[in-house]
Ligand binder design. Structure first.
Ligand SMILES: NC(=O)c1ccc[n+]([C@@H]2O[C@H](COP(=O)([O-])OP(=O)(O)OC[C@H]3O[C@@H](n4cnc5c(N)ncnc54)[C@H](OP(=O)(O)O)[C@@H]3O)[C@@H](O)[C@H]2O)c1
Length: 334
């Protein structure tokens, strides 16, 4: 395979910066990397020890790439994908726009790599909370089937990008100075010293956008369209790494020991049988961490667990780079 010409749109953002780091760490055979954003800036992002210029994103500038990662604004893909796909360029997209289209797979390589085939040029990366959840649920599905999932999330500020992180940092500085109120702009209420039970806007039935995405995308990733998933998504004053408290009902009775064995053998997971694991422990790591596994009741069909993972890595950048690695391994980029 020849070395690749890669584009990263949104390279100055929280996900884009992580993408550059993950591409470097995983030694992806990149011949040339071009960084894009909303406007031109010289020497604005670091890649392989050098500062790269960031250029404004145009179809023309993207057209000589083999693969383009999109980690910019939500509607960007629609502007460029048709043209790029027609040229045979693979678009790996962190935006939600295309994730639930029937003809487009939603690849989490550890779970559903078989859904990818050579014709697919638009490859969305799932919602970060849903990727972590699906990875934690897949071993349960494979051991005893899955009937119902109830999840409450504890989502980090960087899930709302750079602006979210900056708002948390400003709020925490204000609190440290004894100023109780820090104005909320990115989040619907002050996040510093608080928890905020709203991620995204509410629909007419009272569900938030994030809650809808988590339910629909988890079902698609696990290829379980009839699974019942109920999510309550909450923002917490943590910089990076989401956590989730999960209650599942299985199709068939099983045991804590059988699930523990399944978690210990699952790719992309780290299982903790005794100790707790927190977002701080997993920042910068690629695995999803599962802990606090408990049987709930005596009939062997209800279990509670905790999971946490770095949503900028496995929930976004690492999963995106793993999709590229899959394309390479399959020989689609010859
Ligand atoms: N943060 C997460 O945990 C996470 C997880 C999964 C998926 N995502 C998704 O990933 C995408 C990026 O999120 P983020 O958190 O990295 O956001 P972010 O920190 O706010 O960064 C946004 C990036 O998009 C660029 N951008 C904005 N408008 C643009 C335009 N018109 N043309 C080209 N580039 C543009 C910005 O470039 P400038 O610096 O030039 O403005 C910046 O590089 C979003 O779609 C988000 O939903 C985020």
């Amino acid at each position: 395979m020849s070395a690749l010409r890669i584009g990263v749109v949104g390279a100055t953002g929280a996900v884009g910066e992580t993408l550059l780091r993950v591409l470097e760490e995983r030694r992806v055979p990149v011949e040339h990397l071009a960084a894009f954003g909303s406007r031109d800036r010289d020497a604005a992002v670091r890649y392989r020890g050098a500062m790269l210029d960031v250029r404004s994103t145009t179809g023309e500038a993207l057209a000589d790439r083999d693969v383009v990662f999109f980690a910019g604004g939500e509607s960007l893909g629609e502007r460029f994908f048709t043209d790029l796909a027609a040229r045979g360029i693979y678009c790996i997209d962190n935006n939600p726009t295309f994730r639930l289209r029937n003809e487009i797979p939603l690849i989490v390589p550890e779970i559903n790599a078989t859904a990818l085939d050579e014709r697919h040029r638009i490859l969305p990366v799932g919602n970060c909370t849903a990727i972590l959840l699906a990875l934690a649920l897949a071993p349960i599905r494979d051991t005893a089937g899955l009937r119902e999932v109830v999840v409450s999330t504890y989502q980090a500020a960087s899930g709302a990008g750079r602006a979210g992180l900056e708002e948390l940092d400003r709020g925490q500085r204000a609190l440290a100075l004894g100023e109780y109120e820090a104005p909320a702009v990115v989040f619907p209420a002050q996040l510093a010293g608080n928890v905020v039970p709203q991620v995204g806007s509410f629909d007419a039935d009272g569900w938030s956008g994030e809650e809808r995405k988590v339910a629909a995308e988890t079902k698609k990733m696990l290829e379980l369209p009839d699974l019942e998933v109920s999510a309550t998504c909450v923002r917490v004053p943590v910089r990076t790494a989401h956590a989730e408290s999960i209650l599942v009902r299985t199709e068939r009775p099983t045991t804590r020991e059988a699930l523990q064995a399944a978690f210990e053998n699952a790719p992309g997971l780290a299982f903790h049988s005794d100790e707790i694991v927190t977002p701080r422990d997993v920042e910068g790591r690629d695995e999803v961490h599962v802990a606090r596994l408990r049987a709930d009741g005596n009939d062997g069909t209800r279990f509670a667990l905790w999971c946490t993972g770095d949503q900028l890595r496995k929930g976004a950048a690492t999963n995106a780079v793993q999709i590229l690695e899959l394309l390479i391994a399959r020989g689609y980029l010859q």
